[in-house]
Design a protein around this ligand. Structure first.
Ligand code: ZN
Length: 274
C-alpha cells in the first residue's frame, strides 16, 4: 500500500483517540466515592424537644374502587392545601430531621414552632400534588422512598428523575427500605439488604448518604434495631404516636398520624393536644 493511502487512516485514528480520552476521564470522575459525612458530635447533655412529625401517605383524589386501607391513608389535594395554609398562618416552621438531630445532640437552635412533614412510600402524587403546595408556602418535607419500586419504574410511584428534582428543590429524600416488607423476625442478611440497600440506592442517585429511616408499616424488633445501629442511620421513625423526642431515643421516633380525609381543623386539634 502506498503512504498516501495510509494518511486518511492515520487522521481518523488520531480523531478517535482525541474523542475517547476525555470521555474516559469524565467516566472516572463520576465514579469517585461519595464522601461519608460524620454525624454531629453529642455535647453530653440529654435533651427533650417537642417537634410534631406529621405522617402523610396519599395526597390524591380517592379512586372509585378505594378500599378501607386506601381511604384511611388518603387526604385530597385540597385538604392538603388547607393543612399547608393552616401551618403557614399559624407560624409553623418546617425543619429537617438533621436539624432535629443536631438540636437533640448539641442544642442547635430551632425556628419558632418547628414541625417535620413526612410522606411515606414515594407515591406519584408527592410530586404532582404535594411538592407544588409545599413550594407555595416555602415549606420543606421528608419523603421516605421504597427504592425497589422506583427501580421497577412503577408509574404509581415517583421516578428517579422526579426524586432528583425534589431533592434539588430542597426536599429530604430518605430510605423506607427496598421492598416495604416488615422488618420483624428477620435474618441479619435480610435486614442489611432491605435497609442498607435502599440507603445505597438513594446515595447513588442523589450523591449524598441519607441517614434517616422509616420502618415499613412501623414494624421492627430488637434484631432490627441491632442491625440499624451498625448502619449509617442516625434516626429512625416509627408509626407510634407522640410529639416529644429525646437525645437518647435515636431509632424509635414517634409521629403524628394524618388519618383519611383529615381537615385542617382536625390537624389543628392534633397539634394543639399534648
Ligand atoms: Zn410505608
Amino acid at each position: 500500500m502506498r503512504p498516501q493511502r495510509f494518511f486518511p487512516l492515520i487522521i481518523l485514528l488520531f480523531v478517535v483517540v482525541l474523542a475517547v480520552v476525555p470521555a474516559a476521564g469524565q467516566d472516572a470522575s463520576t465514579e469517585e466515592p461519595i464522601p461519608d459525612d460524620a454525624e454531629p458530635a453529642w455535647d453530653g447533655t440529654l435533651r427533650r424537644i417537642r417537634v410534631p412529625i406529621l405522617m402523610y401517605h396519599y395526597v390524591s383524589p380517592l379512586p372509585p374502587n378505594a378500599d378501607q386501607f386506601r381511604v384511611e391513608l388518603t387526604i385530597s389535594p385540597e385538604a392538603f392545601r388547607a393543612h399547608a395554609e393552616y401551618l403557614f398562618f399559624e407560624g409553623y416552621s418546617t425543619i429537617s430531621f438533621y436539624q432535629l438531630n443536631e438540636a437533640l445532640l448539641n442544642g442547635l437552635p430551632l425556628p419558632p414552632k418547628p414541625i417535620i412533614l413526612t410522606f411515606d412510600d414515594g407515591y406519584i402524587d408527592h410530586y404532582t400534588n404535594v411538592l407544588p403546595t409545599l413550594q407555595e408556602r416555602g415549606f420543606t418535607a421528608t419523603f421516605f422512598i421504597i427504592t425497589g419500586l422506583v427501580d421497577a419504574a412503577d408509574p404509581a410511584y415517583l421516578s428517579w428523575e422526579q426524586i432528583q428534582e425534589m431533592a434539588a428543590a430542597g426536599m429530604d429524600i430518605e430510605p423506607h427500605t427496598k421492598n416495604h416488607l416488615s422488618l420483624r423476625e428477620r435474618e441479619y442478611d435480610f435486614l442489611v439488604y432491605e435497609m442498607l440497600g435502599s440507603i445505597e440506592s438513594l446515595r447513588a442517585y442523589l450523591g449524598r448518604t441519607p441517614h434517616i429511616l422509616a420502618y415499613p408499616v412501623g414494624q421492627f424488633d430488637e434484631e432490627t434495631l441491632t442491625v440499624a445501629r451498625q448502619l449509617p442511620i442516625w434516626r429512625a421513625v416509627t408509626t407510634q404516636p407522640g410529639r416529644y423526642h429525646t437525645t437518647d431515643n435515636r431509632l424509635e421516633l414517634d409521629r403524628v398520624r394524618i388519618t383519611g380525609g383529615m381537615s385542617a381543623a382536625g390537624l389543628a386539634s392534633l397539634l394543639n393536644s399534648e
